[in-house]
Design a protein around this ligand. Structure first.
Ligand code: FAD
Length: 447
């Protein structure tokens, strides 16, 4: 029987389940089978025709369990979806079947008054979670630039880092994710509470090895971040300064550097274009004077923009991380991007790449903490000239010593370090032994 027919049977079977919305309208199928994979023309080719057969939206744990049981029984693929803002097609169903929207399962269960640890259900939006944390004097440590619309489980399962990574590293660094509650996909699905070690294999696994229903995360004390833009005539000075401030004794939440060609084209929320490369910074108030002093002595133009106003969506956050790509694609959809950790010294590698690729490669850097060290990551804009061109560029970046996190591939492994994580595969054996969850996305799963 085809997956489509099986899904119709499944629709009947699930129709009486309380707290479960079911749809097979063409509109919903098309809408909920896509994410932001169109940032990659390569992925667009691969994923544009992939469609689910059925969309379900549970609002209770019982309904989630009923879906898991029915998918397992009928051998129908099950793909989980938070807000569908991923760029790698993480929540696109490769083989049809059911897409389960987790957006109604979204309560904040507990904020520990002493440690600030938060336990929250999977579909809660990062924006809502952060607002609630703020009432207790806390905030999320790491946020994607899609923090207004993305869900917490979608971020942990499909994302990696973002605003805050300059201080707190990446989601998979020890100390950020503290525990999970999951539902297994078996004949009799189990609800399990996983400790920190058992949770790790589900972190950044694209929802392939367990349905996350709740997460426990560390948070940090709330800080009112101040926005600063610092302009440099010279690119070498800008990169040197970025390295200096990311290692200085000041509290940063964001430190992004955009080449002047990018500044010229994106919205002027950080100030008017003046022919300079620009560093965009979120800093605690007590770091402002040091930042100004360092900028002045480096011969740069220091521009204090005031306290961050998160309400408007026109702040520095919305110009950084993959929002830089979004802003550039708003001008010209031929822009796509790459993601990499730059080798040290960074300038040598960047210079050699710029020499060859010129204006087809525009530099966007993010200061990050990587395994405890301050490093520079890059999400350069790349002019789309075809797959051969992209492959050559990736080859050249690797040749220059960069570690590529390829955003033009669909598997967990190829988008990461390129190696199979045995623990992720082992977790799938335990929690999804028949391979029902998001098939085709975990390369190490050979069943
Ligand atoms: P979705 O896209 O819905 O899902 C992501 C993955 O999580 C899928 O594999 C899905 O199956 C899985 N999943 C969802 N819910 C569950 C669950 N309950 N249990 C198990 N698995 C689940 N990412 C970053 O890391 N940093 C950034 O700064 C960043 N900036 C971005 C900027 C733009 C403009 C865009 C378009 C994307 C950006 N992203 C970034 C990618 C993406 O927005 C984030 O990773 C986001 O957190 C994903 O959340 P989501 O709710 O949309 O997840």
């Amino acid at each position: 029987m085809t997956t489509s027919l099986k899904s119709q049977l499944l629709k009947k079977e699930l129709s009486g389940v309380e707290g479960l919305n079911i749809s097979d309208s063409q509109r919903d199928i098309e809408r909920f089978s896509k994410d932001f994979f169109d940032y990659s023309p390569i992925l667009f080719e691969q994923l544009n025709t992939c469609l689910a057969d059925l969309i379900v939206k549970p609002s209770s744990l019982e309904a989630i369990i009923a879906v898991a049981r029915a998918c397992k029984k009928n051998n129908v693929p099950l793909t989980l979806r938070g807000s569908g803002t991923g760029n790698y097609g993480q929540c696109v169903p490769l083989n049809g079947g059911v897409v389960m929207l987790m957006s109604e399962f979204k309560k904040i269960r507990r904020i520990d008054p002493i440690s600030g640890e938060v336990t929250v259900e999977s579909g809660c939006l990062l924006r809502d979670l952060n607002n609630q944390l703020a009432t207790k004097g806390r905030q999320l440590r790491i946020l994607p630039s899609t923090w207004r619309s993305a869900s917490i489980a979608g971020f942990v399962s499909g994302g990696s880092g973002g605003i805050g990574s300059v201080r707190w590293g990446f989601l998979r660094d020890p100390g950020n994710l503290l525990g999970l509650e999951i539902i297994t996909v078996e004949d009799s699905p189990r609800k399990l509470t996983l400790d920190v070690n058992k949770s790790e294999p589900l972190n950044h696994a694209y929802g392939t090895n367990g349905i996350i229903t709740a997460l426990t995360l560390a948070t940090s004390p709330l800080i009112e971040w101040q926005e600063v833009a610092i302009d440099f005539k010279d690119w070498i000075d800008a990169v040197d300064f970025m390295r200096t401030v990311s290692q200085a004794a000041i509290e940063l939440f964001l430190c992004s550097l955009l080449q002047k060609d990018i500044i010229e084209q994106i919205p002027a929320w950080s100030g008017k274009y003046n022919g300079c490369h620009r560093l965009l910074i979120l800093v605690a108030s007590d770091g402002l004077t040091t930042l100004e002093r360092l900028a002045t002595s480096a011969g740069a133009i220091f521009n204090y923009l005031g306290p961050e106003n998160e309400k408007q969506g026109t702040g520095l956050r919305e110009l950084t991380w993959n929002h830089t790509t979004l802003q550039m694609r708003a001008v010209d959809t031929d822009w796509t991007y790459l993601q990499m950790l730059l080798p040290q010294p960074e300038l040598k590698a960047m210079n050699s790449l710029s020499k060859k690729w010129r204006k087809d490669l525009l530099w966007h850097l993010e200061a990050v903490r990587q395994q405890g060290s301050q490093r520079l990551a890059a999400l350069p804009l790349v002019k789309w000239r075809g797959k051969k061109f992209m492959d050559q560029l990736i080859h050249d970046c690797r040749d220059a010593g960069a570690i590529i996190f390829n955003p033009h591939t669909i598997t967990v492994e190829d988008g990461g370090l390129g190696v199979i994580d045995v623990d992720q595969v082992e977790a799938k054996k335990l929690y999804d032994p028949e391979g029902i969850l998001n098939p085709g996305k975990l390369k190490g799963w050979l069943h």
